[in-house]
Design a protein around this ligand. Sequence first.
Ligand code: ACO
Length: 327
Amino acid sequence: MTSRITGTGSCLPAEIITNDDLAQVVDTSDEWISTRTGIRSRRIVKGESGASMAAEAARRALENAGVSAGEIQLIIVATCTGDLQFPGTACVVQKEIQADGAVAFDLGAACSGFLFALNTAHAYIQTGVYQKALVIGTEVLSKLVDWKDRSTCVLFGDGAGAAVVEASEEGLQGFVQYSDGKKGEVLSCISRPVENLIHRKEEGTDYRTPVSDYLTMNGQEVFRFAVKKVPECIHQLLDQTRTRADQVDWYILHQANSRIIQSVAKRMGVDEARFPMNMDRYGNTSAASIPILLDELNREGKLARGQQIVLAGFGAGLTWGAAKLTW
Ligand code: ACO
C-alpha cells in the first residue's frame, strides 16, 4: 500500500504586483529582477489570509478528487507564516471546510514544507493509520519581507496549494529528506523575541536575535546550497527507486528562482522542458510553490495517469528533499 495524489487545488490573491510596480518603491528594475530570478510579477494579499487561501485551495482539491470534506482523516498545513501563533492554520482550515472527522496540525519546514508534509501524510497512510489526507502549503511571505530591502522584497509572493492524498496500490514510490541546522543563519526570520519579567532580548548577538525583524537571506549561499544539494538528492532518490533521469516525465521543483532550476536541469543532463516553472507570475511562494505548480499542470491536462514525477523542495533550515511518484 502507498499513497497517491488524487486531486489538487490552489488559490492566489487577486492583487498582482509587477516588477515595474516594485521599481516605484525600491531602487530596482524589471530587467534586474527578471534576468536574475525569472520573476516578473507576484500576488500579494489584501483581504486574503493564509488560512482563507488554504481553505479555498483545499475545497478545490477536494472537488478535483471527488472526495468530501467529511471523509478527510488528516490535514497537514505546511506554513512558516501562520495567521496566528495558535491555533494552527490546519485547525482553522478544518473549521472552514467542515472536515470534522480530521486531525489537523501544522508543519514548519519553510520552502521544503509541502514536500515534508506530503512525506508525513504518506507515512501515516502507508502504515494504515489513515486512508485520506489533505496536504496544504500556504504562505503570506509579504508580511515577513522588508519592503524597503530590494535584495529580498522582489523575490517572494503569497498563495496556497493543496493536494488530496489517498491510500492506493500505486503512487508515491520513495523519498529522501535532509536538514542542516548548522546553516540556519543563511536564511532566517525572527519570531517574537523573549522579553519577559526577568529577560530582555539582546539584539544582534546571533541570528536568533537579529537586528532586523524581517526575513534575512544570504542569497549567494542559498544559491550555492540549492544547485549542489537538489541534484544530489534527486540522484539519490532515482537510485533508490531504480529510475533513470530520462524516465521521469516531470521534475516539479520549489519555484525559488529560474536560474537555480536551469542549473539543476543542466547538472542532471535533463531537458529543461521537463522542469516546468511558474515563478514568472507568482514569485517564490515558499511551501505553496510546489502544490500551486502541480495544480496548474493538472488543470492544464499536462499530467497523465502513469506519468513519473519527481518533486523537490529546498529552503530555510536548511532543509531539502525529493519524492518520486506515479501520477
Ligand atoms: N535590484 C537591483 N539591484 C539589486 C537588487 C535589486 N532587486 N538586489 C540586489 N541588488 C544589487 C546589490 O545591492 C548588489 O549591488 P552592489 O554590487 O552595488 O553591492 C548587486 O545587485 C549584486 O548583489 P548580489 O546579492 O551579489 O546579487 P546576485 O547576483 O547574487 O543575485 C539573488 C541576488 C538573485 C538573490 C541571487 O543570489 C540568488 O538567486 N540567490 C538565490 C536566493 C533565492 O532564490 N532565495 C529565495 C529564498 S530561499 C528559497 O526559497 C530556498
